[in-house]
Design a protein around this ligand. Structure first.
Ligand SMILES: [Zn+2]
Length: 384
C-alpha cells in the first residue's frame, strides 16, 4: 500500500470561526484581495473583522461561475492594488476564482499557459500567494482542493487549473455561514458533498485516510441532509453538512472521483445548471450502472463490497445491500426535489457528444470500473 495525503496548511472549523478571520488574515499581510459571490453584503461581518485586525481589502465579486476572463481581471486588480493575500468568501465558484487568482498573482505569464485542455497545461512554478478559503455553502469542499474549475464559454467547456501549490494556507469553515442558504441551494450543494463522499469511497484510488473521512462524512450527510433542507436553522444538521463537505473535499483531492463527476464536467460546460444539481440528478443512475458493470465484469473485485459498505452508512442498517444504497439515494434525490437533467435543456441529441467528452474527463479515470460509451449513454438517458 502506498498513498499520500495533502491538504490546506491549517483548517479552522466551528460555529463562529469567521470571527477569527481578521487575525488569521493579518498573519499573511496587510492588504487582501477579497473575492465574493454576487451578493457581497454577506461578507460584511468578515470585512469588519479584517478592518479591525488592520487588513485592508480590495473587493472583487464573481457573478455565477468563474470564467477565465474574470480570473485574469481579478489577478490584475490584485497586482495593481499590491495585495499580499487572497481571501475567497462564498460558494465553490468564488473559492475557485480566488484560488486561481492567488496562483496567477505569483506566477508569470497568462492564465491560458497553465490551464488544461484548452491551454498549454504548463506547471505552476511558484506557490500561490497566501490563500484563505471561507466557504458559505456546504458542498464543493473547494476550501481544501488543489484545483479551480473555470468556465470557458467560447469552448463550452469547464477546465481546471491544478497544482498542489494552490492549496489554501488556511480554510476557515464556519457552519453559521450556511444557516441562511435556501432549500434548493442546500439540496444541490449537499448532494455534491454526498457525491464527493461516495465517489472517492468506491473509487480505484481510495486509501485508508480517505476511507476514514468518507465513512464519517457519509454518516453525517446521511443523517443531516434532509434536516438541513427542511429546517435550515438546525445547527446540528448544518454542522454535519459542513463536516461532510470538508471531508468530501479532503477525500476527492487525495483519492479521486468517478463517473458522476466525469459526466458532470461536460454537462456543466455546455449547459447552465448548478454543479450539485447535475451530480444529484446523475448519482443514483451512475451508482446503479457501476453496480451492473461490476457484477458483469468484476464480480470478485473490492468495489462491489465498497458499495455495500456505503449502503450501511447511508441507510444506517448494517444488513443493507449495495442496491439498498442506490434506492436510498434515489429517494433522497426525489425528496430534495432535484430536477432531472432534461429540465436544464439537455436532450437525447446531446448525449453522444457528452459521452465523448466525459470519457476523457480526469474524474472518469478513478471510476471503479471502465464504463463503455453505451453504458455512459444509457446512464445519461435515464437521468434526462
Ligand atoms: Zn462536485
Amino acid at each position: 500500500m502506498k498513498f499520500e495525503f495533502t491538504t490546506a496548511t491549517r483548517i479552522v472549523f466551528g460555529a463562529g470561526a469567521i470571527n477569527d478571520a481578521g487575525a488569521i488574515a493579518r498573519e499573511s499581510g496587510r492588504r487582501a484581495l477579497v473575492v465574493t459571490g454576487r451578493d457581497s453584503s454577506r461578507a460584511e461581518r468578515m470585512l469588519a473583522g479584517l478592518r479591525s485586525a488592520g487588513v485592508s481589502a480590495a473587493a472583487f465579486s464573481i457573478a455565477g461561475e468563474p470564467e477565465l476572463k474574470a480570473v485574469e481581471q481579478g489577478a490584475k486588480l490584485a497586482k495593481a492594488e499590491r495585495c499580499e493575500l487572497v481571501i475567497g468568501f462564498g460558494g465553490g465558484s468564488a473559492l475557485d476564482a480566488a484560488k486561481a487568482m492567488a496562483a496567477m498573482l505569483t506566477n508569470d505569464g497568462e492564465l491560458l499557459d497553465y490551464v488544461e485542455i484548452i491551454g498549454h497545461g504548463r506547471v505552476l512554478a511558484r506557490p500561490s500567494a497566501p490563500f484563505i478559503a471561507i466557504p458559505t455553502t456546504a458542498g464543493t469542499g473547494s476550501e481544501v482542493t488543489r484545483n479551480a474549475v473555470l468556465a470557458s464559454p467560447e469552448h463550452k467547456l469547464k477546465v481546471s487549473l491544478r497544482s498542489p501549490l494552490m492549496l489554501a494556507k488556511v480554510a476557515v469553515v464556519d457552519p453559521e455561514l450556511t444557516y441562511a442558504l435556501p432549500p434548493a441551494l442546500t439540496a444541490s450543494t449537499g448532494l455534491d458533498a454526498l457525491t464527493q463522499l461516495i465517489e472517492p469511497f468506491v473509487c480505484n484510488r481510495a486509501n485508508p485516510m480517505t476511507d476514514g473521512l468518507c465513512v464519517e462524512g457519509l454518516r453525517r450527510a446521511a443523517r443531516s441532509l434532509r434536516v438541513a433542507f427542511s429546517k435550515g436553522q438546525d445547527k446540528g444538521a448544518r454542522e454535519d453538512m459542513a463536516v461532510a463537505s470538508l471531508f468530501g473535499g479532503l477525500a476527492l483531492t487525495n483519492a479521486g472521483l468517478g463517473a458522476v463527476h466525469g459526466l458532470a464536467g461536460p454537462i456543466g460546460g455546455g449547459f447552465s445548471a448548478p454543479h450539485g444539481a447535475i451530480c444529484g440528478a446523475l448519482l443514483p443512475h451512475v451508482m446503479a450502472m457501476n453496480l451492473r458493470a461490476l457484477r458483469q465484469r468484476d464480480p470478485h473485485g473490492a468495489a462491489l463490497h465498497r458499495y455495500e459498505e456505503a449502503a450501511w452508512w447511508l441507510t444506517g442498517n448494517s444488513k443493507a445491500k449495495a442496491d439498498d444504497g442506490v434506492e436510498w439515494v434515489r429517494a433522497l434525490v426525489h425528496d430534495l426535489k432535484v430536477p432531472r437533467l432534461g429540465s436544464f435543456g439537455i436532450q437525447q441529441t446531446h448525449i453522444a457528444d457528452l459521452v465523448i467528452k466525459a470519457a476523457i474527463a480526469s474524474s472518469m479515470k478513478a471510476n471503479p470500473i471502465v464504463l463503455t460509451p453505451e453504458e455512459l449513454a444509457e446512464t445519461l438517458e435515464q437521468a434526462l
